[in-house]
Write a protein that binds this ligand. Structure first.
Ligand SMILES: [Zn+2]
Ligand SMILES: [Zn+2]
Length: 253
């Protein structure tokens, strides 16, 4: 299985438009962060978790020419705004895109992309096959996936476990029951926005504590704000088994 971090930035991305801070002005490519998303490639299939506003650019930079399914964590714009660009895959693969989403996310998709769900569709609109996502294990093209329900302030968000790999984004609380699903993972990607408190995201310390608590061997931080600091400096402050993620990073397991 190969995981690619397609984007590791918070909702504004890094650099932030108009910002003159050291991180936004950095020449280190690891300080440039598109909006958070991952790609999972296994058993000849390709799945993307979330299609944020940078989805098109992410598909182009990773040369993706096959996409079998999209899973949504939640309906915030930084995770959903790029869905229209699955049209390219509709065209190449000559079929609808299978999209897994909770009831609440499906409602948002039908509102934001109303034209894709009309009875008489305008030619060329995205072809989306909505599939229900509940907090129960499911299978996508033979790949077993366990959803993990985490809290993003007051909003339930889905993380996902694929075999020995767990992906959690946009969380600031995980119940004891849901934590049990993560235990035993070899690698985890987990969100941390910055070092100081945030209402709906883990801080860096909270994410590090969680990795230690759950006994995960190796972890990568995602959904990073420009307020986190320079990649190079923050990376040096972290324990050996925990790293800041960066766009394009590949994890093989
Ligand atoms: Zn900045
Ligand atoms: Zn987000």
């Amino acid at each position: 299985m190969r995981i690619t971090l397609l984007g590791t930035g918070t909702s504004q991305g890094v650099p932030v438009i108009g910002c003159k801070c050291d991180v936004c002005q950095s020449s280190d490519p690891r300080d440039n962060r598109l909006r958070t998303s991952i790609m999972v490639e296994t058993e000849g299939k390709t799945i993307v978790v979330d299609t944020g506003p940078d989805f098109r650019q992410q598909m182009l930079s990773e040369n993706v020419n096959q996409l079998d399914a999209v899973l949504f964590t939640h309906e915030h714009k930084d995770h959903m705004a790029g869905l229209d660009d699955i049209r390219a895959f509709n065209f190449i693969q000559r079929k609808e895109m299978t999209v897994y989403a909770s009831d609440r996310v499906q409602k948002a998709l039908k509102r934001d992309y109303f034209y894709a769900f009309e009875e008489k569709k305008y030619p060329g609109v995205p072809q989306i096959h909505l599939t229900d996502l509940h907090n129960e294990p499911f299978e996508v093209e033979g790949i077993n996936i366990i959803p993990i329900e985490v809290m993003h302030y007051k909003m339930p968000v889905f993380g996902f476990r694929f075999g020995d790999f767990t992906y959690i984004t946009d969380a600031n609380y995980i119940s004891r029951k849901e934590k049990e699903k993560i235990k035993g993972s070899k690698v985890m990607v987990i969100n941390a926005l910055r070092k100081t408190d945030h209402i709906s995201h883990f801080t860096l310390d909270e994410a590090v504590d969680l990795v230690n608590e759950l006994d995960v061997e190796e972890a990568y931080i995602t959904h990073i704000s420009h307020q986190m600091g320079l990649h190079k400096e923050v990376e040096n402050e972290l324990p050996q088994n925990i790293h800041l993620g960066y766009d394009g990073l590949k994890i093989e397991l």
